[in-house]
Write a protein of this length. Structure first.
Length: 334
């Protein structure tokens, strides 16, 4: 065991040998203390275990309990003798003897004088008893019993906490597959269907008039010409346009195209009512080794964009997934 004093408040602290060199907190003053090694400890003055106000052993603040003081080995422990208080000096009885003698004379005289008077004798006897009681010396006080020696109760040593197993680290969430965008100058192969952008233009478009003939639209659109080619030798595909703004396309099924730019803007399909733009295909079969071209219309892009991303659902020709094109701003004609 290592005994040392707190360098701040002087409290005596006892710690185990395995605590040498460690730092804890003094419970008396709350300041940090360092447990010295065996070679660093200095002799300290311990309090008398028989003192009246000897403090009970208490655990120190570096995590160890203060053990009881050890008795000398080889000899039985005997508490030091308690000095008895000197007896009080004998009271002077000279005055008492004189009083008794005087009282006897007075009593004899009184008895002879008041022999015939019973009542007077009783009063005289009572007065004499009170006088003798007042002059009788008080007995010396009994010395107090010495306090019992303090009982040293061993305190339980702190037990080391069981090591806890580290919690397993959570597995990182599965990363989503990266979205691939194909340049607008390349062809996307989706099963037996090849899809390619043939041109992108911003401006007015030619529409079919209900009265007959064609005319330029009053609104400005972004038009994208798409070519679909069936590479199968035996399979026929049913195609539905990706345009979502035509009233003639209602109830035909399929999904609409999605167009965004590098600033996060989304562009709706062009609204043209019953006057369909020239070159637009609403619904048509694509036979083996055949192809068709459709025109998709959108709102015009804002100035200063760097690129557009066009996403087309493959379900419109019976495929799965989506077809994604990356259109640089330099390929948009005006």
């Amino acid at each position: 065991m290592i005994r040392f004093q707190c360098e701040h408040c002087g409290k005596v602290i006892v710690a185990g040998d395995d605590a040498a060199g460690k730092t804890g907190k003094c419970r008396a003053c709350g300041k940090p203390v360092r447990v010295p090694g065996q070679a660093e400890t200095d002799p300290i003055d311990l309090p008398d275990p028989l003192a009246d106000e000897a403090p009970d052993p208490a655990p120190d603040d570096v995590g160890f309990a203060s053990p009881p003081p050890r008795r000398p080995t080889g000899t039985a422990y005997r508490p030091p003798p308690v000095a008895a208080e000197p007896p009080p000096p004998p009271a002077k009885r000279t005055g008492a003897l004189v009083a008794l003698a005087a009282g006897g004379l007075v009593l004899g005289a009184g008895i002879g004088y008041f022999a015939g008077h019973e009542h007077a004798r009783r009063e005289f006897a009572d007065a004499l008893a009170r006088e003798l009681a007042a002059r009788r010396p008080e007995p010396a006080p009994r010395p107090a019993d010495p306090p019992p020696p303090p009982v040293n109760v061993p305190l339980p040593m702190p037990t080391a906490a069981a090591p806890q197993e580290p919690e397993p680290e959570p597995e990182p969430p599965a990363s989503k597959p990266a979205i691939t965008w194909t340049s607008s100058s390349q062809t996307v192969h989706s099963g037996d269907m090849d899809v390619k952008i043939m041109g992108v233009q911003a401006g007015s478009v030619r529409v079919h008039k209900l009265t007959g003939g064609g005319a330029d639209s009053t609104e400005t659109y972004l038009s994208v010409r798409i070519r679909l080619r069936n590479q199968s030798a035996t399979k026929k595909f049913q195609y539905t346009t990706w345009n979502g703004g035509s009233l003639m396309n209602l109830g035909r099924g399929g999904g609409g195209a999605s167009l965004t730019d590098d600033n996060g803007n989304t562009y709706k399909p062009g609204e043209f009512g019953l006057e369909a733009p020239m070159g637009m295909v609403l619904q048509e079969s694509i036979y083996p080794r055949k192809e068709l071209t459709d025109v998709l219309l959108f709102e015009p892009p804002v100035p200063g964009i760097k690129y557009l991303n066009l996403e087309l659902p493959a379900e419109n020709f019976g495929g799965s997934g989506s077809i994604r094109f990356h259109i640089p701003a330099s390929e948009i004609k005006k």
